[in-house]
Design a protein around this ligand. Structure first.
Ligand code: IVH
Length: 708
C-alpha cells in the first residue's frame, strides 16, 4: 500500500550519502521538530512557537529537500499538499470491514436502558453487576479509515459500502490535525500496522468562515462557486474533492474513535491495551486528536446522564453532533459479545432529535416588528425539527432571502438548534418545479399601507407608519409590558391583538384607561381574568426609571443602556432634556444611540405619551445622579452560569448591577468572577482555563453586603 512513486524514492540511510550526513541529520531533526509543533498547533490547540518561526523552519526543510530530492518522503511535513488532480478515486478494500452501529431512536432514557439490558443479558450478569462503558460523542461528519504502516500514514479511505471505500489519501493528508507520522514511545510503541478510524468534520466557526469566503467569491463573479448548507456537507464535499489543492483550502478536523486492522495484535495477557478507553489514550499519546468528552461510566443510569448532559451542551460545542455513542469498555467483553449481521453487539448510537429537516415553503409572509422592521418569514409545511414542530422560519431580510433564493413551493432545509429561532439554511434547487417568482419585499407596509423604506447602509426595510401602524403599536405595547420592562403580568400577544384590533387601545396610555367592562367584553375573557389584568396594570404603575425608559422602546436602547441612562441622569426630565453631547457622556452610549434617544424625545407625540403615562399614575423613585446608594462592586465584571440555589439568574443580575457590577454574557480574561450554580457548562470550563475565580451564590451575597 506504500506509494513511493508519488513522492520519489523512499528515504535513504545516512551511510548512502556520507558527504551529506550532517544535512541528512538536520533534515530528520527539522521534520521531528515540525511534527511536534504541528501537533501543538493543530491537535493541542496550544502553539509553542509563533507562526513565523514555524514558517522559517518549514522553509529550511523545504530547501534541504530541494537540494536532496532523493530524501523526499511521504511523512515529511512538506508533503501535505501537492498531489495531482484526479479524475476519479481508486477503490480501497478495507482490511477489516467498516461496520455501522445500531441506532436507538428513543429520545428518552429507554435507549440507554435497553442497550444495557441487552448487554447484561448476553453476558449473563446478575442484578448487582454493572458494566463499564465508554460514552462518546457521535460526531456529525464522515467516517475515515487511516492506515499507518511503520507509524507512517500510507492510506486514507472513506467507508463506502463497508467493504470497499474510496482512496482519499491526498485530501486527508492536507488535514493538519492528522499526523503523517505517529510518535511512538518506548512505553507504548505504535504497532507495525495500525488502522485508526474516526470522523472527519468541520468546526462550526470554520464552516461560517468558509461560507463567508465563498460568498465573497460569488460576489466577485467567480464561476462554479457555491456556499454549503451545513458543516457535514462541506466536510464530505472537501474529502471527495478531486483537486487536492481545493481540499487543502477547506478547514477540516478529525477525531479518532476506533480501530481497524492492528498487527501485530498486542499479545493477550500483556494487558497493555485491554480497554477501548486505553486505545483512545494510546491514540492521543501517538499524536492523534481524541475528543475530551469521552468518559468511562458504570451502568445504564450513567449513560442516561451522559446523554442528557451532552444534549444540554450540544449547542455550545464548537462542532455538530447528532447523538452519543456507548461502547462496552473491555475488549475481552467486546469479543465475547461479537456481532449481529453487520453491527457489533457492544456498541450503540443514541441519537438526539435532528436539528435539520426537509420541508416545503407554502408562502412567504412579511411581519412588522416593534421598530417597523419588515421581516420576511417562510411559512412551512409543519415539520418536527430540534424537538418541536416548526411552521415558520425567518429569512431575516430581503438580501438574505435573495441570497438563499427561497421561493414559494421550494423544498428547503430548516434548522432549529437550541432556543435559536428556526431558519432556512438552503434550498434544494433540483427539487424546484417551474420558475416561481423571485421574492421581493413590498414597497408599502403590509399592515398599515405606509411606505416601507430602506435607509442607506441598512439591511432592513422599515414601515414608516410609526405608532399609526397597528403592528408596531402591538409590539410597542408588548415591549412595554415585558417582564424586564414595566411588567404587566398576563398581558400577552393574544390579548394585545384583541385590544388593538378591536380599537379599545390606540396608544400606550390607553392601557391604563382600560375598564372592567371593556376587558370583559373581549371574546374568551372571563371576569376573573379581566380583574387579574386590571390588578397587574395597577401593580405595574410602581416601577423604576430604568424599566420605564427601556419600556418606551426607543430604538437602540436596550436594558443595559436604559440602566446607564437612569444611573447617569437620575430623572426622566433630565434624560428628556439632554442634548446629544450630554447623552454621549453616558457610559456605552455612542453617536447612533445618542441620536436615537434625542430624536425620540424631540417628537411631540412621544413626549405626550410619556406625560399621559405619568398622569395615569406610572411612577418611580427619582434619585440624584451618582448618589444611588453604595456601589461595592463598581468596576467588577461577572458572568452567571448554571442554576443558582435560590435566586433566578435575572434576580442575581439585578442585584449585581445594583451594586455597580457589570454582568457579561461570556467569560474572558477581563471577567472578575464567574458566578456558577449547578449544571454550569462551558462557561465554567472557560473560567477554570483562564484562571477566573469562580464563586457560588452565597459568596456573591456576601460580596453584596461588603459595604466599601
Ligand atoms: S463507532 C463499530 N464512534 O457514526 C463501531 N462512530 O454507524 C463503529 N460516528 O459511520 C463506529 N462518532 O461515522 C463511532 N464516537 C463515534 C462516532 C461514530 C460518529 C459515526 C461513524 C459511523 C456512524 C455509526
Amino acid at each position: 500500500m506504500h506509494t513511493p512513486d508519488l513522492f520519489g524514492a523512499a528515504p535513504v540511510a545516512d551511510n548512502d550519502a556520507p558527504d551529506h550526513a550532517p544535512d541528512h541529520a538536520r533534515m530528520l531533526a527539522l521534520r521531528q521538530t515540525l511534527h511536534h509543533h504541528a501537533h501543538c498547533y493543530y491537535v493541542l490547540d496550544a502553539p509553542e512557537i509563533p507562526d513565523a518561526e514555524y514558517d522559517r523552519l518549514f522553509q529550511a526543510l523545504q530547501r534541504l529537500e530541494d537540494q536532496h530530492p532523493q530524501w523526499r518522503s511521504p511523512d515529511s511535513p512538506t508533503q501535505r499538499v501537492g498531489g495531482k488532480v484526479l479524475d476519479h478515486f481508486s477503490p480501497a478494500r478495507h482490511a477489516v470491514p467498516m461496520l455501522s452501529i445500531r441506532t436507538e431512536t428513543d429520545t428518552e432514557a429507554s435507549g440507554a436502558q435497553a442497550f444495557d439490558a441487552r448487554i447484561r443479558k448476553e453476558l449473563g450478569l446478575g442484578e448487582a453487576e454493572e458494566v463499564a462503558y465508554v460514552a462518546e460523542l457521535k460526531f456529525d461528519g464522515l467516517a475515515i479509515n487511516l492506515r499507518y504502516e511503520g507509524g507512517v500514514l500510507v492510506q486514507a479511505a472513506t467507508r463506502g459500502d463497508g467493504e470497499v471505500g474510496e482512496d482519499v489519501t491526498q485530501n486527508i493528508r492536507t488535514i493538519g490535525q492528522i499526523p503523517l507520522k505517529l510518535s511512538s514511545t518506548p512505553a507504548l510503541p505504535v504497532p507495525d500496522v495500525l488502522e485508526v478510524r474516526g470522523e472527519v468534520y468541520m468546526r462550526r466557526d470554520d464552516f461560517e468562515a468558509l461560507n463567508a469566503r465563498q460568498r465573497a467569491r460569488i460576489a466577485a463573479g467567480e464561476k462554479g462557486e457555491k456556499t454549503f448548507v451545513n458543516p457535514r456537507n462541506a466536510a464530505a464535499g472537501a474529502v471527495r474533492q478531486l483537486d487536492p489543492a481545493i481540499a487543502a483550502q477547506r478547514p477540516l478536523s478529525f477525531f479518532a474513535y476506533g480501530l481497524g486492522e492492528v498487527s501485530p495484535v498486542l499479545p493477550p495477557g500483556t494487558d497493555l491495551i485491554a480497554t477501548h478507553f486505553a486505545w483512545l489514550q494510546a491514540f492521543k499519546a501517538w499524536g492523534l486528536p481524541v475528543s475530551e468528552h469521552a468518559a468511562v461510566v458504570q451502568g445504564a443510569n450513567a449513560l442516561v446522564a451522559f446523554h442528557q448532559r451532552m444534549g444540554a451542551a450540544r449547542d455550545t460545542l464548537p462542532f455538530d453532533i447528532d447523538g452519543v455513542v456507548y461502547k462496552v469498555n473491555s475488549l475481552a467483553l467486546q469479543k465475547q459479545l461479537g456481532f449481529v449481521t453487520r453491527e457489533p453487539r457492544w456498541a450503540v448510537a443514541h441519537k438526539y432529535p435532528a436539528q435539520e429537516q426537509l420541508t416545503t415553503v407554502q408562502s412567504i409572509d412579511v411581519q412588522v416588528g416593534r421598530t417597523g422592521k419588515l421581516t420576511p418569514v417562510a411559512k412551512l409545511a409543519p415539520v418536527f425539527v430540534g424537538g418541536v414542530t416548526v411552521t415558520n422560519a425567518t429569512l431575516h431580510n430581503e438580501d438574505e432571502a435573495r441570497r438563499k433564493d427561497v421561493r414559494v413551493g421550494d423544498t428547503v432545509i430548516v434548522r432549529r438548534a437550541g432556543d435559536v429561532i428556526p431558519e432556512v439554511v438552503g434550498v434544494l434547487l433540483d427539487k424546484r418545479t417551474g420558475e416561481p417568482p423571485v421574492f421581493t419585499l413590498p414597497t408599502t407596509c403590509p399592515v398599515c399601507g405606509s411606505d416601507a423604506v430602506r435607509e442607506e447602509g441598512e439591511a432592513d426595510h422599515r414601515c414608516s407608519g410609526g405608532l399609526f401602524c397597528s403592528a408596531q403599536r402591538k409590539q410597542a405595547i408588548l415591549h412595554f409590558a415585558h417582564r424586564r420592562a414595566v411588567e404587566v403580568e398576563g398581558l400577552g400577544e393574544k390579548l394585545v391583538d384583541q385590544l388593538v384590533d378591536s380599537g379599545v387601545i390606540k396608544t400606550l396610555p390607553d392601557l391604563y384607561r382600560l375598564g372592567l367592562t371593556a376587558l370583559a367584553n373581549l371574546e374568551r375573557m372571563a371576569d376573573k381574568s379581566a380583574q387579574n389584568i386590571l390588578q397587574a396594570l395597577e401593580a405595574s404603575k410602581a416601577t423604576t426609571l430604568a424599566r420605564f425608559v427601556f419600556g418606551l422602546g426607543i430604538r437602540h436602547v436596550g436594558e443595559a443602556t436604559a440602566k446607564e441612562l437612569s444611573r447617569h441622569f437620575g430623572t426622566l426630565d433630565a434624560i428628556m432634556a439632554a442634548s446629544v453631547d450630554e447623552l454621549l457622556l453616558v457610559q456605552d452610549v455612542g453617536p447612533v444611540v445618542a441620536a436615537s434617544i434625542h430624536t425620540f424625545f424631540a417628537q411631540p407625540h412621544n413626549r405626550e405619551v410619556v406625560e399621559q403615562l405619568r398622569a395615569c399614575g406610572v411612577r418611580w423613585d427619582e434619585s440624584t445622579p451618582g448618589h444611588a446608594g453604595p456601589k461595592p462592586l463598581a468596576g467588577k465584571t461577572f458572568v452567571i452560569t448554571g442554576t443558582l440555589p435560590t435566586l433566578s439568574r435575572d434576580e442575581a443580575k439585578d442585584k449585581l448591577e445594583a451594586a455597580g457590577a457589570k454582568v457579561a454574557g461570556s467569560v474572558s480574561k477581563k471577567t472578575s468572577y464567574v458566578l456558577a450554580g449547578t449544571e454550569a457548562g462551558s462557561k465554567l470550563d472557560k473560567a477554570q482555563e483562564l484562571g477566573v475565580p469562580v464563586i457560588d451564590e452565597a459568596q456573591m451575597l456576601q460580596m453584596l453586603e461588603a459595604d466599601t
